[in-house]
Design a protein around this ligand. Structure first.
Ligand SMILES: *Cc1c(COP(=O)(O)O)cnc(C)c1O
Length: 397
């Protein structure tokens, strides 16, 4: 019996990908074992984060790193670090950011639901550019000069959300930002794989970069990383760690927090509610250790086999299937295209049937309006694939 059944919850087949609402990606057994082992002993959390910092720095090429409770928490903490630095009073005040440099420049095209996490720090968004292509009102994307023109004495930093199609290129924004000594916070939450992206944005010169730990990294779902400049990461740590310590007895490892830069200890900071357990930190480090271009390529071949099995098993049904290969090391996807006339139901109806049947199936809904169900294979294994093939046959026949 599934442990979930003990509490009356039925499990689902998650082929959306690593979406948080359906539990993210499934951790590797090695990660789970490491977490169980970590749960049996105690450590000083600042020392554990300092050790994690070294691992993250080595893998990303950044000066320092930190384990957060997800990429979204990393955005709140990163913005808080940029606003507060080592200023204890500001750390104690946030999210009240009145009277301090609190503006983050953001392109209107980069605005998304996760920028709430940025605003939760007290950051105020200063929007630039237009969304003309999507609005069907023009051809131009946001341009670099618009960022430069928006920099004022209230500017704390620039926020950049990475996708393969986002403009202007991050390189251009970094050049402008750094000529004004303005830090750039990069949301790369979902930009893995390829594994090389762990280093890429830091190599370009980004000041802070966040990644999700519970997506392709297959670490704990409530984990993430922030990496970047040493002093900013130290400020992240100060605003996240439990601060109920006597300054004189407090002995943080210097690689994470340079105690000599501080006049005292702030109280619990804005990030205290985003605490990260020792098990989560160990799980994330173990997941990072197993995340490599080599493993990604190997796994994408396995995933392709699962998708081929599905496509073969659906080939006699009145639908079109197509395996769309991922670029670099990223996942192949199965597109199931249906004709509402022939299937007698639109894609939305079929999607609801899949969600409510037994076992329940949650597909990726990105192309639903184009009558296409997308099957993301990150969480598939052999038994799940067989059970999924059967469900899809039942619904389409
Ligand atoms: C998933 C995602 C996040 C949030 O990441 P969590 O690790 O779930 O907190 C932030 N930004 C983008 C672009 C994402 O795709």
């Amino acid at each position: 019996m599934s442990i979930f059944e003990k509490y009356g919850v039925s499990t689902i087949i998650n082929v959306t990908g690593s979406s948080t609402r359906v539990g993210g990606s499934i951790m590797r057994p090695e990660v789970v074992a490491a977490m169980a082992e970590a749960s049996t002993e105690s450590v000083n959390m600042v020392e554990l984060q300092a050790a994690a910092s070294i691992v993250i720095a080595n893998l990303t090429g950044a000066e320092s790193g930190y384990v957060t409770s997800g990429a979204a928490a990393g955005l709140t903490l990163g913005a808080s670090a940029i606003m507060a630095g080592f200023d204890l009073l500001t750390m104690d005040r946030l999210p009240d950011s009145d009277g301090i440099r609190n503006e983050f420049i953001i392109s209107r095209e980069h605005r998304n639901g996760y920028d709430h996490a940025l605003r939760a720090s007290g950051a105020v968004l200063a929007e630039v550019g237009m969304n003309e292509q999507l609005a069907g009102a023009g051809v131009r994307r946001t341009e670099s000069w618009e960022y430069e023109a928006a920099i004022t004495e209230n500017t704390a930093g620039i926020f950049y959300s990475v996708t393969s199609s986002n403009r202007p290129p991050l390189e251009e924004i970094l050049t402008i930002a750094h000529s004004y000594k303005c830090p750039v916070l990069v949301d790369a939450a979902a930009q893995l794989p390829p594994a090389s992206n762990l280093r890429h944005f830091i190599d370009l010169g980004a000041d802070l970069v966040v990644f999700s730990g519970g997506k392709a990294l297959k670490g704990p779902q409530s984990a993430g990383i922030i990496c970047g400049k040493r002093d900013l990461i130290a400020s992240v740590a100060l605003q996240n760690l439990d601060m109920d310590e006597y300054f004189e007895f407090w002995d943080p490892p210097d690689n994470l927090i340079p105690k000599s830069s501080l006049k005292g200890l702030p109280r619990h900071g804005i990030g205290r509610g985003f605490k990260v357990s020792k098990e989560t930190i160990i799980g994330l480090l173990e997941a990072l250790d197993l995340f490599s271009a080599e493993n990604n390529v190997k796994e994408s071949l396995e995933q392709q086999e699962y998708l081929e099995y599905l496509a073969d098993n659906l080939s006699d049904l009145p639908i079109n299937t197509q395996i769309v290969m991922g670029e670099q090391e990223s996942y192949p996807m199965l597109h199931i295209n249906l004709d509402p006339e022939i299937s007698n139901r639109c894609s939305h109806k079929i999607n609801i049937e899949l969600k409510r049947g037994d076992p329940r199936v949650f597909v990726n809904e990105e192309l639903l309006d184009e009558n296409t169900l997308v099957i993301h294979p990150i969480n598939l294994n052999k038994p799940l694939t067989e059970s999924l093939a059967q469900r899809l046959r039942d619904v389409f026949k």
